[in-house]
Design a protein around this ligand. Structure first.
Ligand code: FAD
Ligand code: NAP
Length: 338
């Protein structure tokens, strides 16, 4: 293997910071992945895995080898009249895969349309949107142990999938390379329209009985309207997770802030909107040099052009501090920091 040296990552991550890595390689099959991991071991180099780079903040030049996961392929591995189980290679584009499912009459992922990135990274934070999470459909996660190079098939019940979280982000951090995922999808469409934005758009379009394509189109439409396109202005989507607080804490807060948007959870806790908290602290649209808070979406931090990961993290620290002082809530950062 001959990795590229002093390689620019600017085009490979959605903040588009001007960052270089020492070594870079792109792998399109499992053998090449094993070869890359072996090369790194033999040369004593740390490894960073990269998918679409839409959930990474690079704060410094990257030491060692960056491995871009580009394994391709979608196959049907089991099928009944009601369900289909698919195996998707880790480097497939997530939205491309969602569209492929819709075109083949396999349903469940519509609400996750247009989420950037790869299928292999999707389990890392249990991607979710509009009331659906990938964990609901995952039936196996195929991995390569990054140290032993042993192949394993992980049962999703071991992965502790939660709200934008999993074992891959915590105890298993840097332990596995995901090579493929299995998902079991429905052949009968069952729309999930619980989020107000989808309901409103269905009404506006006079659609009473939406098809899966309708829901996907609507989700894409809302997202294009609301979210900044990373190719126009660098960002990683939501920068902060929506905090989940106890009902008691919420009751005290609501007394002072009756407008605080909130969503009760199954266990009685309350999810509150991080974007609202940030906006109330006056951060919407603010800049610190070339990084800032998006002018319409306070939950999205942006790179206006020549920003850096360090400047972004300094901005994030200021925001977290303000929200803590005003509301007593600690915001947690969603993307992976390097
Ligand atoms: P990367 O950013 O490349 O990697 C993320 C992490 O996973 C890194 O730590 C990386 O090392 C690791 N990794 C990548 N591939 C592998 C692999 N094969 N094996 C092991 N580790 C790996 N997220 C949501 O949940 N819901 C949304 O609605 C949503 N909307 C977004 C909108 C925008 C505009 C943007 C920019 C981002 C959004 N995101 C959203 C965040 C992001 O798209 C998801 O987290 C996505 O799954 C990241 O995929 P990626 O391939 O870009 O991962
Ligand atoms: P929104 O509709 O403006 O709502 C703000 C927040 O309130 C959302 O984050 C959502 O939480 C919550 N919410 C709204 N309606 C809800 C309901 N009926 N039940 C429970 N919670 C509700 O949100 P948005 O920013 O435009 O995003 C729309 C969806 O896309 C959300 O699900 C969001 O998570 C997802 N998204 C994620 C990212 C990312 O990078 N992670 C980026 C863009 C969009 P949840 O976030 O828990 O759903």
């Amino acid at each position: 293997m001959q990795p590229q040296t002093h390689y620019s990552l600017k085009a490979h991550h959605s903040f588009h910071f001007d960052i270089y890595c020492e070594y870079f390689t792109r792998v399109t099959d499992r053998h090449a992945l094993t070869t890359a991991l072996t090369w790194a071991q033999q040369n004593n180099q740390p490894v960073t895995l990269l998918g679409g780079g839409s959930n990474m903040v690079f704060t410094q030049s990257m030491q060692g080898l960056v491995v871009q996961i580009a394994l391709q392929g979608i196959e049907v591995i089991a099928e009944t009249t009601e369900y289909v189980t698919l195996r998707v290679a880790a480097g497939e584009n997530w939205h491309g895969f969602v569209v492929w499912c819709l075109d083949h009459g396999y349903y469940g992922l519509e609400n996750l349309s247009l989420i950037p990135g790869t299928t292999g990274a999707a389990p890392i934070q249990n991607i979710g949107a509009y009331g659906v999470e990938i964990a609901e459909y995952l039936t196996a996660i195929h991995v390569l142990d990054r140290n032993t190079h042993e192949q394993k098939c992980l049962d999703p019940s071991l992965c502790q999938f939660g709200y934008r979280s999993s074992q891959f982000k915590s105890e298993w951090k840097d332990q596995y390379a995901i090579t493929a995922i299995d998902l079991t999808l429905d052949k009968q469409f069952n729309p999930k329209t619980g989020y107000g934005a989808i309901e409103n758009e269905l009404k506006r379009r006079n659609i009473d009985a939406p098809t899966a394509h309708d829901i996907s189109n609507i989700v894409c439409h809302i997202r294009r309207q609301k979210l900044p396109d990373p190719d126009q202005i660098g960002n990683a989507g939501s920068f902060f997770m929506n905090p989940i607080i106890t009902a008691d804490t919420f009751a005290t807060l609501q007394h002072h802030y009756p407008d605080l948007p909130h969503y009760p959870q199954a266990n009685g806790d309350i999810k509150v909107a991080a974007g609202w908290l940030v906006e109330q602290c006056g951060w919407k649209g603010k800049r610190r040099g070339d990084v800032g808070v998006h002018q319409y979406q306070s939950i999205v931090l942006v790179n206006h052009g020549d920003g850096s990961g360090d400047a972004l993290m300094a901005l994030a620290a200021e925001i977290i501090d303000d929200v803590k002082k005003r509301f007593g809530i600690t915001l947690h950062i969603e993307p992976n920091i390097y």
